[in-house]
Design a protein around this ligand. Structure first.
Ligand SMILES: C[S@@+](CC[C@H](N)C(=O)[O-])C[C@H]1O[C@@H](n2cnc3c(N)ncnc32)[C@H](O)[C@@H]1O
Length: 252
């Protein structure tokens, strides 16, 4: 099963998982604290899902945004969320299509690929296309799970191809192809009891395992269930789990 098929088949499972990561708190803080939202007026998001991060930025600033999201379910939910948050007027363009099909019509100060580069892997042409969507001083940020994240260990046993691409391997490949960038770590730290309680996976933990392995919970083989539980347990420090992510930041 390839990545897009996987999202078409499991859009709800991703929505449940996204909630558990609290990205609109941790990732928005990362973007703001690292100056990525300073002095910019436009963002293009490639694969925004339900648009939690982008909508929060639009709501709390003057920044306008464009989106390219192929999944109909996620695209429709994003449009509803944008309406509910009263930021629809800040949507510069919204395309329900893949980034491969997308025809860039304008440039942006910041291009975001938040956990969507899985779909593209080591594709020089698409990296060049994403870079070309920027204004002259614009930046491209690609954020993906890091090797040390429990997500990476669980994705390694996924039946969906491509989902286990890490930020480190993408960064090494991009450097080898001459795409200079900075590499930074974003800590997606959340309370451990969302995923593990009394030594067992919670419902959210099971949803997370189903999502990453692209398999309904009751069809996941026992040894894969054990990988999930052990990966999350090993990542737990005190009462927190850090879903550590790497960010590739391309400037000029
Ligand atoms: C793991 S989700 C991340 C969603 C959101 N950015 C977040 O951080 O929560 C990956 C997203 O990439 C989108 N995607 C998959 N294939 C894509 C493609 N070819 N072009 C653009 N987006 C794609 C999926 O539909 C999904 O919304």
């Amino acid at each position: 099963m390839d990545y897009l098929e996987y999202f078409e088949k499991f859009p709800d499972s991703y929505a449940k998982v996204a909630v558990s990561f609290d990205r609109s708190r941790t990732l928005n803080a990362y973007l703001a604290n690292n100056g990525l939202l300073e002095n910019i007026s436009s963002i293009l998001s490639i694969g925004p899902g339900e648009g939690e991060v982008e909508i929060k930025i639009a709501k709390e600033s003057e920044i306008e945004f464009g989106i390219v999201e192929p999944s109909k379910t996620l695209f429709d939910q994003l449009m509803t969320n944008a309406r509910d948050a009263d930021v629809e007027s800040k949507l510069l363009e919204a395309h329900q299509q893949s980034f491969e099909e997308f025809q860039p019509a304008r440039k942006y100060d910041l291009v975001l690929s938040l956990f969507s580069w899985f779909a593209f892997g080591f594709d020089q042409r698409l990296l060049t296309k994403a870079l070309s969507c920027r204004n002259p001083n614009g930046k491209l940020l690609i954020c993906l799970q890091s090797e040390s994240s429990p997500s990476t260990k669980i994705s390694a046993v996924s039946r969906s191809s491509g989902i286990n691409l890490t930020s480190e391997t993408l960064s090494t490949w991009a450097t080898s192809q001459g795409f200079q960038h900075e590499f930074d770590i974003y800590h997606g730290t959340v309370p451990a009891d969302r995923f593990i309680l009394h030594g067992e996976l919670t419902q959210m933990g099971k949803d997370f395992a189903s999502f990453l392995t692209a398999t309904p919970w009751n069809e996941i083989p026992n040894e894969v269930k054990s990988v999930t539980l052990n990966s999350l347990r090993q990542a737990q420090h005190e009462d927190l789990i850090d879903f550590q992510c790497g960010c590739l930041i391309f400037s000029d």
